[in-house]
Design a protein around this ligand. Structure first.
Ligand SMILES: [Zn+2]
Length: 544
């Protein structure tokens, strides 16, 4: 090679490397909802080291960057990775360790589901729940014959939909010490000629379920990883884990360090002595994927079971008005303690009395405008005079739109036609601070964030009921709902500078959907599917 040519080639290389920068990933031919302040859309973006390097038009990004992986999004809509601001991730994962036997049409189908489930969950107790023989053509209770044949080596416990009966196999009977002619008070052990058939009722079920070992580290890890897979499939890249013990934080940390757990988690510790000690000693824990700086406190119970604490009695049970789960003093003491240590307090409050109690304590401790982002989880029933107490001390209402559309069938029975106007009042709550985080409370509700988006923007459930929407004056706009599931949820976690929108320097967490939920007809929202989910620029889910 002659010297002049060599120099020219080197210069060209130098020149091109100056004008075209190297990225890890380029996504183009998309409609990217950045969810930045201006709610701008762009066509393309480049990712490097897990972060957004640049955004712009297809031409700009493809001219200025080179990447080993380039994705043609086929014109699809892309959103920031979705955040669920209130869920029970670990509990949901534990549930995934049991076979779902709901809506089976025969005993044969139950057995088929168990065989499939056992393939991915091969060890220890085989637990299933939700069968109902009333749904089957043959309504007679089955016996353990087939369970013994299919699963001779492991105990099996299958609880009925109501939890009051169960089918078990011989291994499970052995574990509980149930033998011929065994009896139990407050329960029944079905038998044939004195020999147990495997069907147990009430207290007899407990004889067996008490023998199931507490989840060990492996089972806990499997639960977290199973939950993660379902979340990625749903487009969720950050979950607010609302109330767990510090011991779980240690397991999460380890799984994240070894890179098996890629989910980003915002963990609230439960209100108990050991957890306060743990976090006050360790200080806030913050990595790219884990943030522990808050406590979850319960003020009252639920509206459905009339455990929510109301200012006036239940309309459908005038002798009851619910109750607080701890004394006023306890709430005051922990609020002061949490404030002194600079952490965030997040309190479950459903009834208007519970909300008033907590709002007043928060206002007293926070003392007016502040940026401590103390949260009320659910903020479900608010007395008209109390809405202003949110804005007065920047208290964040953390709400779950599917609760409105699940409860709407009976909530007015509990509250009456007047009081219900202050319930599930998301628009009114949004107006307090100008922003509001949204979640689901899964596994109480379905994990699917499209249900949240639809419930928030149409105020209808999955059956598209009711016509016109439930209390439509509290409908959120599509932009507000999307912000609630992304940037505002990030803000409720003090993470709006790193995630929740697709902007330069922010984490490359994003989701590609098959439908543009911002423009499609409302009734298509629930049919929307996630095509791909990315965390930190890494593909963690792709629809098959
Ligand atoms: Zn919850």
């Amino acid at each position: 090679m002659n010297k002049l040519f060599y120099n020219l080639a080197a210069a060209a290389l130098l020149f091109s490397s100056c004008s075209t920068k190297q990225a890890d990933l380029i996504v183009y031919h998309a409609k990217v909802y950045t969810v930045n302040d201006g709610f701008d859309t762009v066509q393309a973006f480049a990712v490097k080291d897990g972060k957004i390097l640049d955004l712009g038009s297809d031409d700009e990004i493809r001219k200025n960057y080179k990447a080993t992986t380039e994705i043609d999004a086929g014109g699809k809509a892309i959103y920031p990775g979705l955040i669920d601001a209130h869920a029970h991730f670990f509990q949901y994962g534990l549930g995934l360790q049991t076979a779902d036997l709901r809506e089976t049409s025969s005993w044969k189908e139950v057995l088929e589901r168990l065989v499939t489930f056992a393939k991915t969950h091969p060890d220890g107790w085989l637990i299933g729940r939700g069968w109902d023989q009333n749904d089957w053509a043959d309504k007679a209770f089955p016996d353990k014959t087939e369970l013994d044949r299919l699963f001779p080596g492991r105990p099996v416990l299958l609880t009925r939909i109501d939890g009051h009966a169960a089918l078990v196999n011989q291994q499970a009977l052995n574990a509980a010490g149930i033998t011929k002619s065994f009896t139990v008070s407050g329960g029944d052990i079905a038998d044939r000629n004195g020999m147990p058939t495997g069907l147990l009722v009430d207290n007899a079920v407990r004889l067996v379920s008490d023998k199931i070992p507490k989840p060990d580290k492996e089972r806990i890890a499997a639960s977290l990883l199973d939950a993660q897979n379902k979340c990625f499939e749903a487009g969720l890249t950050t979950i607010d884990e609302c109330g767990v013990d510090a011991s779980l934080v240690d397991i999460i940390k380890k799984l994240q360090e070894d890179k098996s757990l890629k989910m980003r988690l915002y963990v609230m510790l439960s209100d108990n002595e050991a957890n306060y000690k743990y976090l006050f000693k360790s200080g806030a824990i913050k990595t790219d994927r884990l943030n522990v700086r808050s406590f979850k406190v319960y003020a009252d119970g639920a509206l459905g079971s009339r455990g929510a604490s109301l200012l006036q009695p239940y309309t459908d049970m005038p002798a009851k008005s619910g109750f607080l789960l701890s004394s006023q003093k306890h709430f005051e003491d922990v609020a002061k303690l949490i404030n002194e240590h600079g952490f965030q307090m997040c309190t479950h409050a459903i009834g208007d009395s519970a909300n008033r109690t907590i709002l007043k304590i928060y206002n007293k401790v926070l003392g007016g405008k502040n940026d401590k982002r103390w949260r009320i989880e659910h903020a479900q029933v608010i007395a008209p005079a109390d809405f202003a107490l949110f804005g007065a001390s920047n208290i964040v209402p953390s709400v779950q739109p599917t609760h409105a559309t699940s409860d709407m069938y009976w909530a007015a029975d509990r509250l009456g036609t007047k009081r219900i106007k202050g319930a599930y009042a998301y628009k009114q709550l949004l107006q307090q601070n100008g922003w509001i985080p949204l979640g689901t409370d899964f596994p109480v509700e379905d994990i699917n964030p499209m249900f949240t988006f639809y419930a928030a923007t149409a105020r209808k459930d999955a059956k598209h009921y009711p016509e016109g929407g439930f209390q439509p004056e509290n409908t959120l706009s599509k932009e507000e709902a999307l912000r609630g599931m992304t940037i505002w949820a990030a803000k409720a976690n003090f993470e709006e500078k790193e995630k929740g929108s697709l902007e330069k320097g922010k984490l490359a967490d994003f989701v590609i959907l098959d439908t543009d939920i911002m423009t499609t007809a409302p009734d298509n929202i629930l049919k929307t599917r996630v095509l791909k989910t990315y965390v930190n620029g890494e593909k963690v889910y792709e629809k098959k």
